[in-house]
Design a protein around this ligand. Structure first.
Ligand SMILES: NC(=O)c1ccc[n+]([C@@H]2O[C@H](COP(=O)([O-])OP(=O)(O)OC[C@H]3O[C@@H](n4cnc5c(N)ncnc54)[C@H](O)[C@@H]3O)[C@@H](O)[C@H]2O)c1
Length: 321
């Protein structure tokens, strides 16, 4: 593998929804990008041809270390993960293997080659159930194995950054949505609903549809990610990356229906199924710390974001199979 004079970054999970957008932004900003992805949920088609795709699992510590020694990255953006609450409820062990052991391997390799900056995506799932918008200091009581492994991940990142002298940012994302999010996976409710409504199919709402989430558009997340890389701090920083606004599931479904121009009645379109255990009733992220510290600002409101998702689904053949 040829090394270049430019700054090298490694993006784990760079073939996934968020990772592939990060890869594109890094390339646009002039970085040489190396992706580690086992394509378990990601897709080769999402990967920019300007990036180097290394197809193996982060649980393969020897392969990982070889790559890190070869590439000598300055920045590591660790987005490979078992990324779904439902997936973790079905198989907590494999969640822990990827989100725990896999993360440890990535941190060990990062320490070995003295990376400058480490980015770790955490989740609002670390908070558990909350009634009001929470800031970064709110107590952490995760309800699912996914939330628990993300919280453990935060501690591992802090430990390695402090002991091996690299800078780290922990970004607690809200519910990220946008073009590129597959509607054929169990998570990513905005894409799933939009795809089904475009196909004239009914959608299933969990519980009474009253659960509240903080939906944040993908480009706003990428902006926060890139600003976190420029953020200079000796300490490990934790940022909530959300819109600061709570949206009920039923209102999300109504907005998608309205934006899509669908004329089917709610009674025909919406059905209710029992709530999934491990899912919080509500989670909304206060985002003022990221706004003040990083100079970040979310730009895309829910209506506009959903319009872009619908536009993307209409253009792609994603909703046809
Ligand atoms: N999407 C969200 O709303 C959201 C919210 C909070 C946090 N996050 C976090 O952001 C990150 C990316 O999430 P996403 O929504 O893009 O998920 P995704 O499933 O689309 O992407 C994850 C990527 O990691 C890869 N991967 C999984 N296990 C791997 C392994 N063992 N080795 C190598 N690659 C592996 C997958 O193939 C995929 O390309 C995850 O860490 C997730 O926990 C996502």
């Amino acid at each position: 593998m040829q090394k270049s004079q430019r700054s090298n970054v490694i993006v784990t999970g760079g073939a996934g929804f968020i990772g592939s957008h990060i890869v594109e932004r890094f390339i646009r900003d002039g970085f040489d990008v190396y992706i580690v992805d086992d394509l378990s949920t990601g897709s080769r088609d999402s990967v920019s041809t300007a990036a180097h795709l290394c197809e193996f699992s982060i649980t393969d510590d020897a392969e990982l270390l070889r790559l890190f020694r070869d590439v000598q990255p300055t920045v590591v953006s660790h987005h490979a993960a078992q990324a779904s609450v439902v997936g973790s409820l079905d198989d907590a062990e494999s969640d822990l293997k990827t989100n725990g052991s896999g993360l440890l391997n990535v941190l060990r390799s990062s320490a070995e080659v003295s990376v400058r900056q480490f980015i770790f995506p955490s989740s609002c799932a670390v908070f558990g159930d909350v009634s009001d918008a929470v800031d970064e200091m709110h107590p952490l009581t995760p309800l699912s194995p996914y939330g628990i492994s993300k919280l453990a991940g935060e501690h591992y990142v802090r430990y390695f950054a402090e002991h091996f002298g690299f800078s780290a940012s922990i970004l607690r994302y809200g519910n990220v949505y946008g073009p590129g999010q597959s509607p054929h996976r169990p998570c990513g409710v905005a894409s799933i609903f939009a795809d089904r409504i475009l196909n004239g199919q009914p959608i299933q709402l969990f519980g009474d549809g009253e659960s509240v989430r903080d939906y944040i558009f993908i480009t706003d997340v990428i902006d926060a990610h890139m600003l976190a890389i420029q953020h200079q701090s000796d300490k490990v920083s934790v940022f909530n990356v959300g819109s600061g606004k709570g949206t009920r599931l039923i209102d999300l479904a109504r907005s998608i229906r309205a934006e899509s121009g669908c004329t089917a009645s709610e009674a025909k379109l919406f059905s209710f199924v029992p709530e999934r255990r491990g899912e919080a009733r509500a989670c909304v992220l206060r985002n003022s710390f990221a706004i003040e510290t990083l100079g970040w600002q979310p730009h895309v409101d829910l209506k506009e974001g959903l319009r872009r998702v619908l536009g993307w689904l209409r253009e792609s053949d994603c909703h046809c199979h």
